[in-house]
Design a protein around this ligand. Structure first.
Ligand SMILES: Nc1nc2c(c(=O)[nH]1)N[C@H]1C(S)=C(S)[C@@H](COP(=O)(O)OP(=O)(O)OC[C@H]3O[C@@H](n4cnc5c(=O)[nH]c(N)nc54)[C@H](O)[C@@H]3O)O[C@H]1N2
Ligand SMILES: Nc1nc2c(c(=O)[nH]1)N[C@H]1C(S)=C(S)[C@@H](COP(=O)(O)OP(=O)(O)OC[C@H]3O[C@@H](n4cnc5c(=O)[nH]c(N)nc54)[C@H](O)[C@@H]3O)O[C@H]1N2
Ligand code: SF4
Ligand SMILES: [Mo]
Length: 681
């Protein structure tokens, strides 16, 4: 008998609903789910093929232990004993902060909630983080400061209502296709589309304007737009005076700005900046959509603050079709942040440094105290490992050997550890360095919840039994806590039980339950009470923090800029058919066939000067490392800029990238570093 199990796509944060087709105890196909409010019966190529990697022969089926350069299979009991013993020993000998945990945005809310609780309660450290730190941490910090909540202000469907859509640093058609569908619909409804992106991307084809600024110059560009808006009196004085504070400081900071200077910094003609500002400010409702082009900079937080300034200046907050909308990346990166898998936040963005909040959570968890100082963030953990301050690491569902910046340094860090555990569904580049590897069940083999980019908490439903001896991540953590004598507070037998505890310490989720989440639309947070319908638009009457706050921001250059030795700017990103380190898409035949190998995009003028032919092998070199890959000669990139997708381990862009961090959000500068190129003879 064939069953259709409604569940959620395991790839991006759009959070599309899919039907898994299950027959004879296995998943055999994926189908679109027409009642789902986000995807409405449509999927992208990844969603349609989401089942393909589940039964790949490489799936981990038993725990593994390292013996020299290879791995041997061991039983669960032995694996759990070994891991528990090593973690306890490290904590007792070197203190709780000598351990560090990486949670996963691929995993469920219940998994991430339990891993952060394990780190804080069983070990006693705030050294817990996940890939949001490499991704939207500048959003969490920046929108938190400006609005009081670091999430997408509006909903995906709501984009259709916009009169103007301003897309900045988001390759929406490739990376969030089912969000891009709403932009296309908005356009059909008459919306004007402005794109600000250094590269020519698919959106360029239908955008009314494409500002092609230099990577890393967004603050200057946005300040230029705001300067023009103020000069022309296009600001919304009523909104500014009723809803915001700090406007005078912004006005002062922009007083001396010259658009000629902005043109020089950004490379965008002044007239284009003015025209974009005019379009954005004049529309009835203007919606900002952004992603990594904004966040992955040493100025990431400043970039986000600038977008918040622009939206408040023009009163584009709290109504349908407007807002500041960060598109979250992974299927559950929004949730991993919400439930506290972050070094400075307990569940619900309650700061670990806030004594009152910390005490309340400690009480709910039945412990006397919780660690008070913020832990090491993702990149800081690697630095601390190199310095010998972190001795043991537990990595659940992340692959930093491909995805972290400067992976030469990551390799050094992981090799310096006394003990590394990796819990994954495949033997990844990172798992190959582990002492113990624990096999997790895949998304199709378990249940729980994922939270999509528009704050939508949705049910993941089990369609097949766990493969081999693999176990759901949460069950592994409970087992381990039991072995470490913390069993009572980890005695869960279902994800529903975990959810019921989690919502008590996560105010945004307080009114939700598995029963309420049965409906196809799930529930959008905040949902404070059991009779609350959830929230599709934030900050309607007032901002989460009361008044919205303007933060004047001054343009700063990127940490590393081109010079004589390294004359090109390297910017990195992704492509439609591959997912990050390719652990899943590389094992999905349909997706992998689309784009099986890495490359570097080079502008035709630069290629001519360097004597590089299309498809020739080139060497790309930075201060951190060197890789060889194929050239794609294309005017998708401007002269002086080259682009590499970071998916391909054999020509890993992250051998080259700079691990310099944004001072507040601690996000690395994946989008700008300096490189040199030459042909390989
Ligand atoms: N197919 C696929 N989809 C994905 C993913 C994937 O791996 N594959 N990953 C998911 C995840 S985790 C994330 S975070 C999202 C990311 O989604 P996006 O952020 O849309 O993807 P990126 O390719 O990283 O880069 C976005 C855009 O930023 C531009 N850019 C580069 N530098 C700058 C700059 O200085 N300023 C501006 N304004 N723009 C710049 C690039 O040209 C690119 O068009 O995608 C999610 N979706
Ligand atoms: N140069 C450059 N580097 C970047 C970026 C960039 O734009 N440029 N973007 C950054 C961004 S935004 C992000 S989000 C990161 C992503 O970085 P990562 O999150 O490290 O990348 P993934 O390859 O998605 O890793 C997810 C891992 O989870 C495993 N997995 C899947 N399902 C499960 C499960 O159910 N349980 C467990 N335990 N494991 C599971 C997968 O096999 C895979 O190994 O990369 C960052 N790195
Ligand atoms: S848009 Fe994202 S969530 Fe939707 S099917 Fe594609 S990868 Fe899955
Ligand atoms: Mo991401």
């Amino acid at each position: 008998m064939v069953r259709f199990v409604p569940t959620i796509c395991p790839y991006c944060g759009a959070g599309c609903g899919i039907l898994l087709v299950a027959g004879n105890g296995a998943v055999v196909d994926t189908r679109p789910w027409s009642e789902h409010p986000v995807s409405e019966g449509k999927l992208c190529i990844k969603g349609y093929n989401a089942h393909e990697f589940i039964y790949h022969p490489d799936r981990l089926k038993t725990p593994l232990i390292r013996e020299g350069d290879s791995f041997n299979e061991i039983g669960w009991e032995q694996a759990i004993k070994l891991v528990a013993g090593k973690l306890s020993e490290t904590r007792d000998r070197n203190g709780p902060d000598s351990l560090a945990f990486m949670s996963s945005s691929k995993c469920t809310n219940e998994d991430s909630y339990l891993l952060q609780k394990f780190a804080r309660v069983v070990i006693g450290t705030n050294n817990i983080d996940q890939c949001a730190r490499l991704c939207h941490m500048s959003t969490v910090v920046g929108l938190g400061a400006a609005f009081g909540s670091g999430a997408m202000t509006n909903s995906i469907a709501d984009i259709e209502e916009a009169g103007c859509v301003f897309i900045i640093g988001s390759d929406t058609m490739s990376q969030h296709p089912l969000v891009a569908r709403r932009i296309v619909k908005a356009r059909e409804n008459g919306a004007r589309i402005i794109l600000a992106d250094p590269r020519r991307i698919q959106v360029s084809r239908f955008a009314d304007m494409h500002l092609r600024h230099k990577p890393g110059t967004d603050v200057a560009l946005l300040n230029g737009m705001m300067k023009y808006i103020l000069e022309r009196g296009l600001e919304d004085r009523d909104f500014i005076s009723r809803r915001t504070e700090g406007f005078e400081a912004l006005e002062q900071a922009l007083a001396d700005l010259s658009l000629d200077e902005v043109e020089k910094i950004t490379g965008v003609p002044k007239g284009e900046i003015e025209a974009a500002a005019q379009l954005y400010a004049e529309a009835e409702a203007s919606c900002i959509i952004y992603a990594m082009g904004i966040t992955q900079h040493t100025t990431g937080t400043d970039n986000v603050l600038s977008l918040a300034n622009l939206a408040m200046l023009t009163g584009n907050i709290g109504r349908p079709g407007c807002g500041v909308n960060p598109l979250r990346g992974h299927n559950n990166v929004q949730g991993a942040c919400d439930v506290g898998a972050l070094a400075e936040f307990l569940p619900g963005y309650q700061a670990v440094a806030d004594e009152q909040k910390r005490k309340a959570v400690a009480q709910a968890w039945g412990v006397a105290e919780l660690p008070a100082s913020p832990g090491f963030t993702a990149v800081e953990m690697m630095n601390a490992a190199v310095e010998g301050r972190v001795k043991a690491m537990y990595i659940m569902g992340e692959n930093p050997m491909v995805s972290d910046p400067d992976i030469g340094h990551v390799e050094q860090a992981l090799n310096a550890l006394d003990f590394l555990v990796v819990q994954d569904i495949f033997l990844t580049e990172t798992a190959r360095l582990a002492d113990i590897v624990l096999p997790a069940s895949s998304w199709a083999e378990r249940d729980g919840t994922f939270t999509g980019t528009d704050r939508r908490v949705q049910r993941l439903r089990q369609a097949a039994e766990p493969l081999g001896q693999s176990r759901p991540d949460w069950a592994i953590i409970c087992e381990l806590a039991g072995e470490m004598k913390a069993g009572d507070s980890f005695a869960f037998s279902s994800t529903a039980q975990i959810f019921d505890e989690m919502k008590k310490v996560t105010p945004q989720y307080a009114g939700m339950s598995f029963a309420r989440l049965e409906q196809p639309a799930g529930l959008q947070w905040p949902c404070p009470r059991e009779d609350h319908p959830g929230t599709s638009i934030l900050h309607v009457e007032q901002f989460t923090r009361g008044k919205g706050k303007f933060h004047p921001v001054v343009y700063r250059a990127a940490a590393e800029n081109p010079d004589k030795e390294f004359p090109f700017i390297l910017t990195t990103g992704r492509i439609m058919s591959q997912w990050h380190s390719r652990s899943m898409t590389g094992r999905s035949p349909t997706l992998n066939a689309e784009s099986p190998e890495g490359y570097v995009e080079i502008n035709p003028d630069d290629a001519r000067k360097l004597g590089v032919a299309d498809r020739a092998m080139v060497e790309v070199r930075s201060r951190r490392g060197t890789v060889q890959t194929r050239a794609r000669v294309t005017d998708r990139v401007a002269a002086g800029v080259v682009f590499m997708p970071f998916h391909f381990a054999e020509a890993a862009a992250n051998r080259l990238t700079n691990a310099a961090l944004d001072p507040v959000a601690k996000i690395p500068e994946f989008k700008v570093c300096a490189v040199a190129l030459k042909t390989v003879k």
